[in-house]
Design a protein around this ligand. Structure first.
Ligand code: C5P
Length: 234
């Protein structure tokens, strides 16, 4: 999900970034990684890409052919047509589209078609923040800072339920919990995914943290890593 900037505390102000800085934010569905990535982007004055939206857009484009032998072909074609134009997070944010996204995300050609765009975003001058599943492992393994965001399944379900309710949608929590579990299981088993925590990723468990506390913790990790790097350089 694109982060909800309104949720990011006002007193966390943008900072100038002196050198290119790539921040990779990975984690499972509804872990809060999108909101944290948006908050980090704002804090450090960096552009942000929610890579889940790319897979969601592809899933939506192929939805009508789900269950047919044309689904894969349609998904690959849709992935090639994605050109970096802004995607509508509100339109793509639903739980069913999330499940479709996880179905197209197992197709190697879809991942390959979306790779260059993500790579270009990550390596643009000045740096960038990307969130997804494979940013620290595949898209930007050289990222300066890697965060792996986790939270237990019930907390993730409850957060997603509140986001959907805030948009005026009615939520069946039991069904939502199972959708999240189904998506996690497919993602973890994705043979083309690379959805593991990178060995050099910093774990941030947000189960008991509100948005403000989670963002402060993430900023503290990024600042700590960058300070250590600067110390090694001097
Ligand atoms: O992050 P979000 O929940 O919007 O992602 C939707 C789905 O897209 C994920 O469940 C996953 O299957 C896929 N995805 C992916 N690689 C990424 C980001 C998302 O395969 N970098």
């Amino acid at each position: 999900m694109l982060g909800r900037l309104a949720d990011v505390p006002e007193d966390i102000v943008p900072e100038d970034v002196e050198n290119d800085m790539i921040i990779a934010v990975d984690g499972p569905a509804a872990s809060g990684k999108g909101t944290l990535a948006a908050g980090l982007a704002r804090h450090y004055g960096l552009p942000h890409l929610d890579t889940g939206l790319l897979y969601r857009a592809v899933g939506k484009a192929a939805a009508r052919l789900e269950g047919t032998d044309q689904f894969e072909v349609a998904a690959i074609r849709a992935a090639h047509e994605i050109d970096g134009a802004p995607l509508d997070a509100a339109e793509l944010g639903g739980a069913e589209i999330g499940v479709l996204a996880s179905k197209v995300a197992v197709i190697a050609e879809v991942r390959a078609a979306l790779f260059d765009l993500q790579r270009r975003f990550a390596t643009q001058p000045g740096g960038a923040v990307l969130d997804g599943r494979d940013i620290g492992t595949r898209i930007a393994p050289e990222a300066d800072v890697k965060l792996f965001i986790s939270a237990d399944s019930k907390a993730r379900m409850e957060r997603r339920a509140r986001q959907l309710e805030a948009r005026g949608l009615s939520v069946d929590r039991y069904a939502l919990y199972h959708q999240i579990e189904e998506r996690d299981a497919r993602d973890m088993a994705n043979p083309n995914g690379g959805f593991y925590r990178a060995p050099d990723a910093h774990l941030l468990d947000t189960t008991l943290l509100g948005i403000e506390a989670a963002l402060r913790a993430a900023v503290a990790i990024v600042d700590g890593v960058m300070a250590r790097k600067a110390g090694h350089r001097s």
